[in-house]
Design a protein around this ligand. Sequence first.
Ligand SMILES: [Zn+2]
Ligand SMILES: [Zn+2]
Length: 270
Amino acid sequence: MAKEETLKSMGNYWLFPYKSADFDVDACLKKHNLVLWHLTNSTENKLKKGDLVFLYDSAPNSRITFLMKVIEPYLENPVLPYNEDKFWKNAKAKKETAAKYKHSCLLEIVEAINSFDLTYREIKGRDNSFSVQWQHRISGKALIYILDVAYGIIDKRLECNDEQPLTEGKETRGALVTRERNLKARQECIGRKGYKCTVCGMEFEKVYGELGKGFIHVHHVVPVSARNGEYEVNPEKDLVPVCPNCHAMLHRKGTITVEELREIIARNKK
Ligand SMILES: [Zn+2]
Ligand SMILES: [Zn+2]
């Protein structure tokens, strides 16, 4: 399977479980973008700078909540630029964690994910070997499924949010940073590639005139963008403008490639 081959050449993806009932990762990341994470013995020395980590909230959510990037894989005496104490909700758990795990890594938020499609049940249903018991590398069908859903969420945010002012509502700094970065990536993609659908060639302005001017979806090509674990959206390689019809088809059954969809269209024209 081509997709499995692609995955093998990619960087490391990890799953780090936690309990939001003990530590409020959500509040922490909304404020700071960075979090210090204690490492278990099995993870130490294997984690690399640039690796990607899915945080899994085992209680009370039972689902993947964030995609993170490893900034520093190994810290012996970590110092954070903020006091994390206020995010600990369970003093006993804090003490236990500090005593049990000697080393930490520094993680930076890539995206908030928190989807009902990424609950333990949903993932386990696709890959029976999927586990949330300890910090480990994710692979196989579970990883393919998680990436499909996660990057689907990411490119949904890249779609057509350019008409809302950035300061609207009560968005937190973390969310704003993500949104500004997504918007910049989206505009760069369109700036380079225009408003024409990469799959079928459709152009909204040509069909709808003035009304269609400046309208297009942006699709996040995965998982090539995450190769070597260096996650930084590259508008040239990772993003393509697509019309909403083609976009829906790209995501219909897991994510298929632009080339595959072009072939399907060509096959059905005959
Ligand atoms: Zn199209
Ligand atoms: Zn897409």
